[in-house]
Design a binder for this molecule. Structure first.
Ligand code: ADP
Ligand code: MG
Ligand code: MG
Length: 876
């Protein structure tokens, strides 16, 4: 027989997977001899079984629950359902990973119309007894029956109003009795039956409701955002009640052993006298700071501090604790490692190391790598944010807080920023042409596009806040207005964006810069000592490259060359190249671009000071460069000596139905070898000159994108080699260089052993590889992925988190096949996944040499790589 239920004294902290966080810690505290109301935990396996059994609790599990209940009755000397002296319990959720506020709790379970009278007599406190019953009805109706809370809150408010009092503590036993009558009436009206009086029915319904709450919509969203698998399930804790609502010598509170927003040492928290459960956070009465307990009940406070210190020492981490005082007797109801802001996490970890409580290794393991993002971007001033009105919420595409005036075109954004305004660029979606406006903007908001849309990728690279894919927006770009959340926002109006949460606010909310302190450097220093995986950055400009180096990048894994073509002095030349009909004309246009490209590369090489830089040759679909606006078309016509009609016709002839699968990547070099020649010359000349000037020993890494076949790579490689050798001869240089490829088409992964014969390195372009493996367009997937999450077909966005079982298999296989013919083949990834901790761990496991990600994610990747290495060591 399977064991589905554990008494607290049978469990321990190690049993977190089975008992959930709350249950295992209640067990641990019981074993430490702390004052814990006793109870038992129904396991997470029972939750999984509940779903397997068609949302039913099997008889075997029910029998074990009632057995444990019997033991609890004996321990407490009370009977469940007794009319004179009833045992009351709380029924509490508690998953493996804490999911605060996501699932539900029911208090005072076991009361009914008769036992409440016995309870009142027995305790000699009728007000307290009826208060407990009305709370129970309210919570049971909300959590188990899913009735709206507003019915009950309305009745309670009316009761207070008609007496002219402000707080529920001012209501007498008789007032509460009247409230209960009305509660039960509304229950009957809405549910079509009486409020359940049988305690065993109440209990089983409550347990089921907690199991069910694992799958409520907000829990599903929370899990997706926090990478918690859907099949873990929640445990249920059934615990004897203790009462903080017995009068002025009772109360309830929450406290942290250190400040969770700054990490500062010292007890931090609050409590309420004569209250129960959620009253502290409900905000009706203002709680007292925990330090005031020292004056109110010095003995209790002393005991409280003693236990808090003991818990922190035991777990060697900052604790988040819940407690209740029942008539001057202190009980602990929960402890867990407290959630904290990123600055607090670093402060606490460093302090604990200094206090000798944990090792640097442990400190590195504990920091949530993802949270480092918070440190590097501006945040809203907390006080200012309190008054902010949320207009809507969409994808948190690039972190940071931003506020400014709304503009609808890149040109307007740029212009107003030049005039000294802070601007927010609002677009249906962005395209490479918008790059300058994006640079000028504090934040970017798009109606379309997912986490790897153009806006998202570029914004992350620049460290600009971005909220993408806000389908609720009704935008009229012509009229320069949009509607969201019942407000109409016109050009020049202020909005604010939080790219970390995806929230969009009305008005100008002030922001403050993040400060990177010594704690950060200390932790990152430790992390670098443990990791074996290298971390590079995706950077296209000297400024991005410098930022990447500052954040610890060991090289550039992806330098996209196309961004260099969009600047106003260059785009006419590339347009002329594309629309030229002869090779000579194309070469002439390209030759004019060489000095620009060369200067760009020199600039990047210079700030990288000899670190490796992988330069990717031209990749995007050609049509992205073509002029769309009438003035650009006219300018180009004049420049090329053609008519406007001719230009328009030429553009039309280049139209593609599916440009992402069209004339792009190395196909450009196959059709126009002169592009590859020009780019090779620019790279080689830049490297040779900078090596001479600075005494570096740069070995250029030239990367050919979107290869699907060895012969294709060979064809382009031959062009590159020929030009490179020519440049070497001209410059009388013996510089070395490497030619590699991106693996981003499934066919290339399948034939990686052949391709490796020609390639000296592979870089997995996991954005395209994901797109092509799934057959999902990365720009459109946002439109239907939500339905996939709701139906639980997918648990996470494959563009943000590497799909290890599918796409990951291609990566792993290609890595093996590649190294089978070229054992020293250098391997890396350069998709957005390079900055996602779980994906970084995967890259470490399959033996890649490096990951490359946007500069602001470099610290995340460094820490995640260290954590992956440490995890591997412990499991060995
Ligand atoms: P959450 O996970 O949302 O914090 P909990 O299960 O911790 O939910 O319950 C919320 C609050 O209910 C606790 O902080 C505590 O104040 C109260 N509570 C839970 N169980 C009991 C109990 N057995 N006796 C008294 N109060 C309880
Ligand atoms: Mg709790
Ligand atoms: Mg690609």
């Amino acid at each position: 027989m399977n064991k589905w239920v554990y008494l607290f004294k049978e469990g321990s902290a190690e049993m977190k997977n089975l008992l959930g966080g709350k249950g295992s810690n209640l067990a641990e505290m019981t074993n430490l001899g702390l004052p814990i109301p006793q109870g038992f935990t129904v396991t997470t396996e029972a939750c999984t079984d509940y779903y397997k059994s068609g949302k039913e609790i099997t008889e075997e599990i029910q029998a074990q629950i009632f057995d444990s209940l019997k033991t609890l009755e004996e321990q407490q000397g009370k009977k469940f359902g007794d009319t004179e002296n009833p045992l009351l319990v709380s029924v509490r959720s508690g998953a493996r990973a804490s999911m605060p506020g996501m699932m539900d709790t029911i208090l005072n379970l076991g009361l009914n119309d008769i036992s409440v009278e016995g309870f009142a007599k027995r305790t000699g406190n009728a007000r307290f007894a009826y208060d407990s019953y009305r709370r129970f009805i309210q919570m049971f109706s909300d959590v188990v029956m899913e009735m709206s809370k507003t019915f009950f809150e309305g009745i309670l408010t009316e009761a207070k109003d008609s007496k002219g009092v402000k707080f529920d503590t001012d209501l007498t036993a008789d007032d509460l009795k009247a409230v209960i009558v009305r509660y039960k009436a509304i229950y009957k009206e809405k549910m079509g039956e009486e409020f359940p009086q049988e305690p065993t029915v109440q209990l089983m319904e409550a347990v089921k409701a907690v199991f069910r709450s694992w799958d409520n919509p907000r829990a599903i969203v929370y899990r997706r955002m926090n990478d918690i698998p859907g099949d873990w399930g929640t445990a249920v804790n059934v615990q004897a009640m203790v009462f903080g609502n017995m009068g002025n010598t009772s109360g309830t509170g929450v406290a942290f052993t250190r400040n969770p927003s700054t990490g500062e040492k010292g007890i931090y928290g609050e409590y309420l006298i004569n209250a129960q459960g959620e009253d502290v956070v409900a905000g009706i009465r203002t709680p007292q700071p925990i330090t005031k307990l020292a004056a109110d009940m010095p003995k209790v406070f002393e005991r409280f501090m003693e236990i808090a210190n003991k818990l922190e020492a035991h777990y060697a981490d900052m604790q988040d604790m819940e407690f209740t005082i029942e008539d001057e007797t202190l009980y602990f109801l929960q402890t867990r490692n407290g959630k904290r802001t990123a600055p607090a996490a670093l402060q606490i970890a460093c302090d604990l190391v200094d206090e000798g409580k944990i090792t640097p290794e442990e400190a590195v393991k504990r920091i949530d790598a993802k949270s480092l993002d918070q440190l590097l971007h501006p945040i809203f001033v907390p006080q200012a944010l309190k008054d902010g009105k949320v207009l809507g919420q969409a994808l948190p595409a690039s972190p940071g807080a931003a506020s400014g005036k709304v503009y609808f075109t890149a040109d307007e954004a740029k212009k107003h920023n030049d005039d000294g305004e802070r601007v927010i660029l609002v677009r249906l979606e962005t395209s490479p042409e918008d790059i300058e406006g994006m640079h000028a903007a504090e934040g970017i908001l798009t109606v379309r596009g997912g986490m790897t849309s153009h806006a998202a990728v570029v914004a992350r690279g620049m460290g600009t806040a971005c909220v993408s894919g806000c389908g609720e927006i009704r935008i009229d770009e012509q009229a320069k207005v949009f509607e969201l959340g019942g407000e109409t926002i016109s050009e020049g109006d202020y909005i604010s964006l939080d790219g970390s949460t995806g929230k969009i606010y009305l008005g100008d909310i002030s922001t403050e810069e993040a400060v990177i302190g010594g704690n950060f450097e200390r932790i990152m220093g430790w992390a670098d000592g443990y990791r074996t995986l290298k971390v590079r950055a995706n950077a296209d400009t000297p400024a991005d490259a410098a930022n990447a180096v500052k954040l610890g990048a060991q090289g550039i894994g992806l330098c996209r060359t196309e961004h260099m073509f969009f600047e106003p002095d260059r785009i006419p030349k590339i347009r002329r190249m594309i629309l030229s009909t002869s090779q000579e004309a194309r070469e002439e246009a390209l030759n004019e671009l060489i000095p620009f490209q060369k200067a760009d590369f020199k600039g990047i090489y210079e700030v990288m000071e000899g670190r490796p830089v992988t330069i990717r040759f031209l990749d995007p679909p050609l049509h992205e460069f073509l002029p769309t606006d009438e003035k650009d078309i006219a300018d180009l016509a004049a420049d090329m000596g053609l008519s406007i009609e001719q230009i328009k016709d030429a553009c039309t002839s280049l139209h593609e139905f599916n440009p992402m699968m069209g004339h792009r990547g190395c196909r450009l070099a196959v059709t126009y070898p002169e592009i590859a020649r020009m780019q090779t010359r620019a790279v080689m000349e830049a490297a040779i000159e900078i090596n001479d000037e600075k005494g570096f020993n740069i070995i250029p890494e030239i990367m050919i994108p979107l290869v699907c076949e060895k012969k294709e790579l060979k064809y382009v490689k031959d062009i590159v080699v020929e030009t490179a050798e020519k440049v070497k001869k001209e410059k009388n240089s013996d510089i070395k260089y490497m030619i590699g490829t991106m693996i981003e088409i499934p066919r290339a992964a399948l034939l990686a052993n052949e391709i490796a014969e020609e390639a000296e390195f592979f870089s997995f372009g996991t954005n395209d590889l994901t797109q092509m493996t799934f057959g999902f367009s990365r720009d459109d997937a946002g439109k239907f992925l939500d339905a996939y999450y709701k139906t639980k077909i997918f648990e996470s966005d494959p563009f943000a988190r590497l799909d290890q079982s599918g796409v990951g298999q291609l990566v792993e296989m290609a890595a093996k096949k590649g190294r089978s013919v070229r054992p020293n083949l250098k391997l890396g990834i350069c998709g957005e996944h390079g900055g996602d901790p779980a994906s970084v761990e995967f890259c470490h496991k399959i033996g890649l040499n490096y990951v490359s990600c946007s500069p602001f994610r470099v610290p995340i990747a460094r820490l995640a790589a260290a954590q992956a290495a440490l995890k591997e060591n412990t499991s060995k």
